[in-house]
Design a binder for this molecule. Structure first.
Ligand code: ZN
Length: 692
């Protein structure tokens, strides 16, 4: 009975024992991956533009990378951040052939999606196995399995090869592996099936093996979100140095924008590049290098590490741009042409080509310019008002509450006419949110007290919280339902964010039929769906409003600085899903964003109350109520003089120097209800009113 007749789990366990036995009992092969490839590897006409025997001399920069992957090397992880079409995936394929032939063990190749995994298997792996004679003999097609398994799983003597999609957690978890080849990791989803980062998930599979090896390969994508760049930054970050054919000075080739060295070309009368004039200007002595001199330069080139890696001797990393492409592949003139077209499109407002050029030619990350707000821009507009007080224009208050494992975080925003808003309070209630409200040390009790403690309007009137939304999607879902149900009369909403594009800021609520103990109840809490992406787009467009007035968001100088960091934590970026571009909000790893989330929830409360649809007479009524209340109180308690509206003074100016544009003084429009009218009692303190 062969191993393949056993149930899968037994077969895998048996294969694992075999693999561990092989790992410890077999001496590592003496041959390197590049030597193996030069000796055995055949490039298929189906997959390669240059079919025939592999020659490492054609792409000398791949030699050291392949040799790090060789059995005798101590390196365990290799990071390859390359421009497109420089042979980086072939590095992985040669390694795969080497493993099958010399160092058999369980191996996994991961592609961004399962569909891409199937295509990769059919178009790259199968032709290599068929056309490289030594491999053809060693790989048994497992014909007893169904078609998908045949495509995604190959048995060979002493090991097995599994090809997985990074969008399938199940396939990433399938078995322990000694060798892991993660291809195009910047195209992997951020999270796979709710189980987290697919790279981490796949890497966990290698922990059984002491002599494991991991290869991570990609062209980079977006700054701060690029997996390959963050991995490369922990590595040796090596650059390929080639000697100038004139002065012999070794140097890394660079595009060289705004630098004396790099690619240079002349332009014709119309400003178009004269492609026959493209040359490389030497960094050391300004010598002019022509492209036909490149093969000789590459042949003697050397990788030079720019730093120590975080795991010396175990982790290496390599960066290469398209200037190094072998002759006959993409030429310097092609690159200049591509750049010219991209720069032209960017001038017309289409930056997509420049982004592609940066990623796929320069092998550098692209920094999204679009929806990013500088933290210091917000911080320096801080104004001179106290928290828990509401400046003149603010007429009602809504709050958003985020639930964390050990605390509740709350933000309150005051809103007035034309969506002008003021951040009027931020509180953190520490304590375990699983402790019910009526028990000691419950953060819920503190939240209730805060909600009910009214804010003081600049007029002196008190202003209660109109609505409060609490996130039920994070920690302590049941406690949130319970709290919202208990306080629904005070407009406390349990909400749940949805990041699906184009959802309304707040949708129709659904009933929760069970209580926090899991029992069915008649009148349960309701949970309100929130269109998180829609709300964030609104908030970010408002944060970019620089003129006080409509749509402006004000901040007190007492706002902690981390609030600005959190509010600006996310960016709207273009991501590609199955080849289609999609805008998504992304938060760089390690940054917190509770302030932004709570602001989203507070905005959802406004939509719940219908504030965005308030007509001017509605605002007048609210204002009249505030002012009349104030005027009645005023007779007894005249307001101190310093309580009048103040001119806005940016207080962070010394920290964030302000250029020529001066802050616009706030325009205090006389509230209509404050004008003496037939119905309103005539103000007795006329002198104070005049100051408005
Ligand atoms: Zn030179």
């Amino acid at each position: 009975m062969g191993a393949r007749d056993l149930p899968d789990d037994f077969a895998r366990a048996a294969a694992l024992v075999d693999a561990l036995f092989v790992e410890f009992m077999r001496p590592p092969a003496n041959i390197t991956v590049s030597q193996w490839a030069d000796k055995h590897r055949m490039l298929s006409g189906k997959a390669s533009s240059e079919p025939g025997p592999w020659r490492t001399a054609r792409t000398p920069y791949l030699r050291q990378i392949m040799d790090d992957l060789s059995a005798r090397s101590t390196v365990q992880e290799v990071i390859v951040m390359f421009a497109a079409q420089l042979g980086k995936s072939e590095t992985g394929n040669n390694w795969l052939g080497y493993i099958i032939d010399n160092e058999p063990g369980p191996m996994m190749v991961v592609q961004p999606t399962t569909d891409m995994a199937k295509r990769f298997s059919r178009q790259r792996i199968v032709p290599m196995l068929e056309e490289t004679p030594i491999l053809r003999r060693k790989v048994r097609e497992n014909r007893s399995r169904d078609d998908a398994n045949t495509t995604l799983m190959k048995d060979f003597a002493g090991g097995v090869l599994v090809v997985s999609g990074a969008n399938s957690a199940a396939s990433l978890r399938s078995m322990p592996v000694r060798y892991l080849f993660l291809d195009e990791i910047d195209a992997y989803p951020l999270d796979v099936d709710g189980e987290g980062d697919p790279v981490a998930l796949a890497e966990k599979r290698t922990s059984t093996f002491a002599r494991r090896k991991v290869l991570k390969v990609s062209t980079p994508t977006i700054k701060d979100f690029s997996r390959i760049e963050s991995a490369y930054d922990t590595s040796t970050a090596a650059r390929f140095h080639v000697a100038c054919p004139h002065c012999d000075e070794p140097q890394a080739l660079e595009w060289g924008t705004a630098q004396p060295h790099g690619l240079r070309w002349d332009k014709d009368d119309e400003g178009a590049p004269r492609l026959d004039t493209v040359r490389y200007v030497c960094r050391a002595n300004g010598c002019e290098i022509l492209e036909h001199q490149k093969p000789a330069m590459l042949a003697t080139g050397q990788w030079i590490a720019s730093k120590e890696s975080t795991r010396p001797g175990k982790l290496t990393g390599y960066h290469l741009n398209a200037l190094y492409a072998p002759l006959g592949w993409v030429s310097w003139a092609d690159l200049v042409q591509q750049f010219t077209e991209a720069a032209h499109a960017a001038k017309q407002g289409d930056i997509s080509k420049l982004k592609t050029f940066t990623n796929t030619v320069l092998a550098e990350t692209w920094e999204e310019q679009g929806d990013k707000i500088a933290t210091h821009e917000l911080a320096r507009r801080a104004e001179d008002y106290e928290l828990t007080t509401v400046p003149w224009g603010g007429l009602l208050i809504t709050a958003g509450v985020d639930t964390q494992g050990d605390r509740l975080e709350a933000y309150a925003w005051a809103t007035g006419r034309q969506n002008e808003r003021w951040l009027v309070d931020h509180k953190i209630f520490y304590g375990d949110p699983s402790v019910p409200e009526d028990q000691p040390a419950s953060p819920w009790a503190a939240l209730t007290e805060w909600r009910r403690t009214s804010f003081t309007h600049a007029s002196g009137a008190t202003l209660p919280l109109s609505a409060c939304a609490v996130d039920s999607g994070g920690h302590h879902t049941q406690q949130v339902y319970h709290y919202a149900r208990r306080h629904q009369g005070e407009h406390v909403l349990a909400i749940k964010g949805s990041s699906i594009a184009n959802k309304p800021v707040i949708g129709k609520p659904s009933d929760i039929e069970v209580n926090y103990k899991g029992q069915r109840i008649k009148r349960g809490a309701r949970v309100w769906p929130i269109g998180t992406d829609t709300a964030k787009s609104i908030i970010y467009s408002e944060l970019r409003v620089l003129q006080m007035g409509a749509g402006y968001r004000h901040f007190s100088r007492h706002t902690p600085s981390y609030v600005y960091d959190q509010l600006t934590a996310e960016r709207l970026v273009t991501r590609y899903h199955k080849g289609r571009a999609r805008l998504e909000w992304l938060k760089p790893a390690g940054r917190r964003n509770e302030a932004l989330d709570c602001t989203v929830y507070s905005l959802a409360c406004e939509y719940y109350l219908g504030v965005h649809k308030y007509a001017s007479n509605h605002w007048e009524k609210i204002e009249a109520r505030l002012v009349q209340r104030d005027l009645l109180d005023l007779a007894k308690n005249p307001l101190p003089l310093d309580n009048k509206p103040t001119t806005i003074v940016p207080v962070a100016a010394e920290k964030y120097p302000i250029p020529e544009t001066k802050p616009v003084p706030v325009q205090h429009e006389l509230p209509r209800a404050a004008r003496p009218s037939k119905t309103a009692p005539r103000p007795r303190v006329a002198g104070w009113i005049k100051k408005w």
